[in-house]
Design a protein around this ligand. Structure first.
Ligand SMILES: NC(=O)C1=CN([C@@H]2O[C@H](COP(=O)(O)OP(=O)(O)OC[C@H]3O[C@@H](n4cnc5c(N)ncnc54)[C@H](O)[C@@H]3O)[C@@H](O)[C@H]2O)C=CC1
Ligand SMILES: O=C(O)C(=O)COP(=O)(O)O
Length: 418
């Protein structure tokens, strides 16, 4: 078997199918096109599972936002899929373990919309402290509620931030500029910015804060973390803001707390069940409550954020497609790659079992192939190795060599990049 016999080139870029859902910004399409990827189908909405499975049959890359549910069933059916780009922060809508088991790398944009969320929360906080939602609603009905009762400045008030990550910590800095006292609760020990203080428990935070705002990811631990008991621990007249995930707050309990007047107000951007598109009806027990600001999951929906996210995530997909880099992947061993001139690059994704690399290298040695570079990273489940093979000019990796490597027991995916 000669590794020069029959040229095996990676798929030509114009044959790589890219499916972008949920109105991913045009900046992503521009980046992909600039790098030679022209076969792009962009849809403005999310797709339900059955349609998604159909649409994924031919897709090599999929781009989604927070609404599209990429389940184990979708990954099992999407045979050609190599990577997913989440053009947002949250990746809870993707079955990351199933993706990894199928050798599909998942990327996201961990920072690009964080400022937009922090600004929205800041604005809502001031609106809620001034009781603007109900005064606004009354004015629309012809009312004139000119009164200072129940209206407060933000200055001097206690802001309780649950989840002091990228969004929570930016909000902390902005709120201190307003003269607020910032307290936060996080499961990790965090560096306090400015004069913010980390509290040891959620209960302490709920008992002290005039404004409570949630900035945690959706995890088993954060699911329904704010229910009747936690709402009861909040100060009478306090306000709650949730722009994290809809599964963090028990929405019926919140509706009760708003109706009883225990909470003076709330601003909610995310819901346990959200419409799949702008043409679907929004149902919620919070509808009709004048002291509640309802927004349609637009915390990160600004022109600046969406444009930057498009560039960032498309760039990550291009790097993975062009050179195999998994840097900043959320479900995969990270391999950052120097390039080797005069070398061909092969990717091998496998179950993390003893001896996988030895078997790959044995096949290369049996074929008298010299390895110019090899980069292996593993996690508990999966190994990802990028192999640069020395080849004479204009020659490429043979089909039979790739087939031999693919036939190693435990291989998930193997492909020639260039
Ligand atoms: N409404 C919207 O449009 C948007 C919503 N989001 C949501 O906001 C979330 C937070 O975003 P980032 O600040 O960028 O994430 P991040 O990962 O930087 O911060 C999350 C923080 O929460 C902490 N945390 C995790 N579990 C916790 C628990 N059980 N109790 C207390 N703290 C806990 C983490 O230690 C971390 O410090 C995202 O995961 C996403 O779900 C993000 C962007 C836009
Ligand atoms: O970034 C996130 O996690 C968000 O929730 C924003 O989601 P979106 O891109 O607006 O569907």
């Amino acid at each position: 078997m000669s590794h020069l016999a029959s040229p095996q080139v990676s798929l030509a870029k114009d044959r790589i199918n890219i499916l972008l859902l949920e109105g991913v910004h045009d900046s992503a399409i521009k980046v992909l096109q600039q790098h030679g990827y022209t076969n792009i189908r962009a849809l403005p909405t999310s797709l339900a599972e059955a349609e998604l499975i159909e649409a994924c049959q031919e897709a090599h890359f999929i781009g989604i936002r927070s609404r599209t549910q990429l389940t184990a069933k979708v990954f099992a059916a999407a045979e050609k899929l190599v990577a997913v780009g989440c053009f947002c922060i949250g990746t809870n809508q993707v079955d990351l373990a199933a993706a990894r088991q199928h050798g599909v790398v998942v990327f996201n944009a961990p920072f690009s919309n964080t400022r937009s969320v922090a600004e929205l929360v800041l604005a809502e906080m001031i609106m809620l402290l001034r009781r603007i939602p109900e005064k606004n609603a009354a004015a629309h009905r012809g009312g004139w509620d000119k009164a200072a009762k129940g209206s407060f400045e933000a200055r001097g008030k206690v802001l309780g931030i649950i989840g002091y990550g990228h969004i929570g910590s930016q909000l902390s800095v902005l709120a201190e500029q307003l003269g607020m006292q910032v307290r936060y609760y996080d499961i990790e020990t965090k560096l306090s910015l400015g004069n913010a203080l980390q509290l040891a428990s959620l209960s302490e935070l709920l008992a002290q804060a005039d404004v409570v705002t949630l900035h945690v990811p959706e995890t088993p631990q954060t699911q329904w973390m704010i229910g009747p008991e936690q709402l009861a621990q909040m100060k009478p007249g306090a306000v709650l803001i949730n722009a994290s995930r809809g599964t963090v707050v028990k929405i019926n309990a919140l509706a009760d707390a708003l109706k009883s007047g225990h909470l003076a107000g709330a601003a909610i951007d995310v819901f346990p069940v959200e419409p799949k598109g702008n043409d679907e009806m929004f149902e919620s027990p919070l509808r009709g409550l004048d002291n509640c600001i309802l927004t349609p999951h637009i915390g990160g929906s600004t022109q600046e954020a969406q444009e930057n996210i498009g560039i960032e995530v498309a760039g990550k997909l291009v790097r993975y497609s062009d050179n195999g880099s998994t840097l900043s992947a959320v479900n995969f061993p990270e391999v950052a790659l120097p390039t080797h001139d005069k070398a061909r690059r092969l990717l091998h994704i496998h179950h993390n079992r003893p001896g996988m690399l030895t078997r790959i290298n044995q096949i290369l040695a049996d074929n008298n192939i010299n390895v110019a570079g090899q980069y292996l990273q593993t996690d508990s489940e999966v190994g990802y190795v990028v192999i640069d093979i020395e080849t004479p000019p204009k020659s490429s990796i043979a089909d039979d060599l790739l087939a031999a490597i693919r036939s190693i027991d435990g291989t998930i995916k193997a492909r020639v990049l260039y």
